[in-house]
Design a protein around this ligand. Structure first.
Ligand code: SAM
Length: 237
């Protein structure tokens, strides 16, 4: 289902390679994604080569930039059909990945993939701004990841509460959004975060990507995250 040669070629510049066992797990995921997508919508990207590059290589490229310590705790916020969280878990089964989404069906799909490959992970069916106020999730993670969930101002309030002090929030963007980053700077500061690295690169030709590393430098004040309606109406600025 995945195009192995294309995956290898796309990831080579990042110094990332999937061994046979990791590739087999990722391929099972791709197969189940294609099959399940016929019953309910999980992704608009269904053509095998496009899926290989835009979903799988895109998420695996993270390993070229981020050194995830063994057994690190990761929460993937707004994971949807599992990007990037499930790709991270299938490539590095030692990672302790929590999958959070407000749509239950998508989490059910992730559970079925984990069970098909014999791995475990926690799924959380809550909005991020609710989960971020619960002690079992608040400031419990070494990393929070988010891809294609919201703009950085909102995302900061969704994601930073989950991150331990000195941990990282990794925001994966497809476009170079300078303005968005500018207007999120204060929000990041209020929430205890600071942009530490800003990696801009081409996944392949004409596919720009931007990966922001936001370091949690101080605890998030207890008034954040605010209720959904407030975040939507008054994003932090
Ligand atoms: N991260 C995946 C990807 O890159 O393919 C999914 C992206 S999809 C466009 C956005 C996902 O974020 C949806 O599954 C949606 O349910 C979830 N989402 C959006 N806002 C959320 C929130 N506040 N809390 C939890 N999940 C949220």
């Amino acid at each position: 289902m995945l195009n192995r040669v294309l995956l290898e070629q796309t990831l080579a510049p990042f110094g990332v390679a999937a061994d046979g066992a990791a590739f087999a797990r990722l391929d099972t995921y791709a197969e189940l994604l294609t099959e399940t997508n016929r019953q309910f919508n999980l992704t608009a990207i269904t053509e095998p080569d496009a899926m290989t590059v835009k979903h799988f290589a895109d998420c695996l490229s993270l390993f070229g930039f981020v050194d995830f310590p063994e057994h690190a705790k990761v929460i993937d916020v707004g994971t949807g059909a599992g990007f990037p969280g499930l790709v991270l878990k299938l490539y590095r089964p030692d990672l302790q990945v929590t999958f959070l989404d407000s749509t239950k069906k998508k989490l059910g799909f992730i559970e079925s993939v984990l069970s098909a490959v014999g791995l475990q992970g926690e799924t959380v069916h809550l909005r991020a701004e609710e989960a971020g106020n619960k002690p079992q999730y608040r400031e419990q993670f070494d990393f929070a990841t988010a891809r294609a969930v919201s703009d950085l101002q909102h995302l900061a309030e969704y994601c930073l509460p989950f991150v331990k002090k000195n941990g990282l929030f990794l925001s994966m963007k497809s476009v170079a959004a300078d303005e968005e980053i500018q207007s999120a700077n204060r929000a990041l500061h209020l929430l205890g975060g600071k942009i530490e690295q800003d990696k801009q690169f081409l996944l392949v030709e004409n596919m720009p990507r931007r990966l922001l590393f936001v370091r949690k430098i101080s605890q998030t004040p207890s008034k954040y995250p605010r209720p959904s309606a407030k975040i939507a109406k008054n994003p932090l600025k």
